[in-house]
Design a protein around this ligand. Structure first.
Ligand SMILES: NC(=O)c1ccc[n+]([C@@H]2O[C@H](COP(=O)([O-])OP(=O)(O)OC[C@H]3O[C@@H](n4cnc5c(N)ncnc54)[C@H](O)[C@@H]3O)[C@@H](O)[C@H]2O)c1
Length: 332
């Protein structure tokens, strides 16, 4: 079978590709386990070094998700699977409304319309965000909390959630959406997401670089680790349509923490010198966006369907350090 990952050269796209290649099979819309013969990574960012160069199953395709012709040329087989991750991120979407609509909405519709035309149900897993929530929120946000996004990014994500429900209801495709908490620890450089500092607070000090926190340590947040997200995206893919029913969106499980908890975890693994590299430098723009997001999530439906999450911030940071060859100061 063919697998297409849009945004396949991004943070989660690359890790997902590796996990799919490692496992080598996925369960298709007809319920059978199929061997993955071809993984196409589609992205508009040209990588310095092409990943997976040694794996003959992988093809990299550079283009724009809002280009309908390109998307239709890549979504070309009945029964294929599409992980739709390509997206403008939250901060970027607030400063560039037109790009957010073009990439997140037009691009998403291109994927759905292309899948509708191939003549047999494709499985689609799209990624939404906790930024879909906003406005007057309860203390703990759950599966049935009303979605009133306060950013263009969040709005485009919610629209795609609803479209996936409807395209699935009509039988055009077999879709599902992962509504993700903030995923940490993102490697590399800070990005334009308002949530970027949630990774930076670990990533920068652990490589001896200062980090400016745009929010107060008392800020609450719902975060999760990338290992569990990748595992859960594959579980979500493999669930049957019947298990999901009418509502094809699963709120992914999260750890409900404070930024102070993150600073404590940083000090635990990196010592006081790592903690001292972090300073609070309030950024009203970031604060305004982050303050609209849920501060605590519960994900009963996802947990009941077998999705998982890390048990502690310490576990998340330890996974990151192991994956990126960093040694904890406490020797653990
Ligand atoms: N990482 C998180 O904390 C988080 C939280 C909630 C939701 N999400 C969602 O998960 C998905 C993956 O997130 P990520 O952290 O890997 O982000 P990322 O920015 O690393 O990856 C997204 C990829 O999409 C690509 N892209 C952007 N515009 C494109 C276009 N016009 N055409 C083709 N490709 C384009 C980017 O080049 C990038 O490689 C996104 O949909 C994001 O909104 C992520």
């Amino acid at each position: 079978m063919k697998v297409l990952i849009t945004g396949g050269l991004g943070f989660l796209g690359r890790r997902l590709a590796q996990a799919i290649l490692d496992r080598g099979t996925l369960i298709t819309a007809d319920g059978t386990e199929q061997t993955v013969e071809n993984v196409v990574l589609f992205d508009h960012a040209v990588p310095d070094v092409a990943p997976f160069a040694d794996d003959m199953r992988v093809q990299i395709f550079i283009g724009d998700i809002s280009d309908r012709t390109v998307v239709f040329s890549l979504v070309d087989q009945a029964g294929m699977s599409i992980f739709h991750l390509a997206s403008i991120v939250s901060g970027e979407g607030e400063t560039n409304f037109d790009d957010a609509i073009r990439v997140n909405l037009d691009g998403g519709l291109n994927v759905l319309e292309a899948a509708r035309t191939v003549g047999g149900p494709c499985k689609i897993v799209a990624t939404s965000s906790l930024a879909g929530f906003g406005g007057q929120l309860p203390e703990v946000v759950g599966d049935t909390t009303r979605l009133v996004p306060q950013t263009t990014y969040g709005t485009t994500k919610v629209i795609l959630e609803l479209l996936i429900n409807d395209y699935s209801r009509k039988g055009f495709l077999d879709g599902r959406t992962a509504r993700l908490p903030t995923v940490i620890v993102r490697p590399g450089q800070p990005n334009a997401a308002a949530s970027s500092f949630f990774s930076g607070v670990f990533r920068e000090p652990l490589r001896g670089v200062t980090c400016a926190l745009p929010v107060e340590p008392s800020q609450l947040a719902a975060v999760t680790g990338y290992r569990s997200v990748i595992r859960d995206l594959m579980i979500l893919h493999d669930l049957s349509a019947d298990q999901l029913g009418h509502d094809r969106t699963l709120g992914f499980p999260a750890l409900n923490i404070s930024v102070q908890d993150m600073l404590d975890a940083l000090e635990h693994v990196g010592g006081a010198e790592a903690r001292d590299l972090v300073s609070v430098e309030a950024d009203p723009t970031v604060q305004a966006i982050v303050s609209t997001w849920p501060t605590a999530l519960e994900a009963r439906r996802a947990l009941s369907l077998g999705l998982t999450h890390e048990q502690s911030l310490y576990e998340i940071v330890s996974d990151y350090m192991e994956d990126y060859g960093l040694v904890a100061r406490n020797g653990e």
